[in-house]
Design a protein around this ligand. Structure first.
Ligand SMILES: *Cc1c(COP(=O)(O)O)cnc(C)c1O
Length: 214
């Protein structure tokens, strides 16, 4: 099922769009199945879970941290993480830089922009992102590389609203010389791609629904 889902999704993606397979809460066996089908980029939202999976699985997998970050846990993934999507505090950026330096690495990061109308979604305002991208303090962080932005739209079926939210981020993204725009999940990735996404984070459409009551 997993490999079929993957093939189906991949066949619909434009070439410039990268698929992150979101494997949070799913067992190693599911990731192995996706790996056998050729998938190499996986996303997790809990650092400990990602570390355990990294240890157990082939080392040519690219691991993306897509969840909300606690600064004090950055150190556990600094030796291997490929891209951190959800940076929403300058303090976190400094901590990533510090931990990356210890491993002689440059860690790629995306700044999370708040585009949803909901209170619960994390992220910077466009103004704050503007300040971070242009500040001297950021330029001094030599072990991080801000390669783009990440956004999560409101949880709604209203396509007009989703489109507005994606387009607002795409418009802002285009003002800066950035490579990666991470937006779109199982329910809204088609719309996200139509509105400029270059990286989608898809979980349940690949692995099936998650069971959180374990
Ligand atoms: C869980 C999660 C996803 C994937 O969600 P699906 O609806 O299962 O595709 C994408 N992005 C983030 C930040 C997530 O936490």
């Amino acid at each position: 099922m997993i490999s079929k889902n993957l093939q189906h999704i991949k066949s619909t993606l434009p070439e410039h769009v990268t698929l992150v397979a979101v494997s949070k809460t799913k067992p190693i066996s599911d990731i192995k199945e996706a790996y056998s089908a050729g998938q190499r980029i996986f996303g997790e939202n809990k650092i400990q879970e990602m570390v355990d999976k990294y240890d157990a699985l082939p080392k040519d997998i690219e691991w993306h941290m897509i969840g909300h970050l606690q600064s004090n846990k950055v150190k556990y993934m600094a030796h291997f993480v490929n891209l951190i999507h959800g940076v929403d505090k300058f303090k976190t950026l400094k901590e990533i830089n510090k931990q990356a330096k210890k491993h002689n690495r440059v860690i790629n990061c995306l700044l999370q922009a708040k585009i949803a109308k909901e209170e619960t979604k994390f992220g910077f305002t466009f103004n704050e992102i503007e300040n971070i991208l242009t500040s001297k303090e950021t330029a001094e962080l030599q072990n991080i590389n801000i390669i783009g932005l990440m956004g999560m739209a409101t949880f709604t079926d209203n396509e007009e609203q989703l489109k507005d939210e994606f387009l607002s981020l795409k418009t802002f993204f285009d003002l800066h010389k950035l490579q990666t725009l991470s937006m779109g999940m199982s329910g809204d990735y088609k719309l996200a791609i139509e509105n400029g996404s270059t990286m989608i984070r898809v979980g349940s459409s690949i692995f099936g629904h998650r069971n959180y009551n374990q």
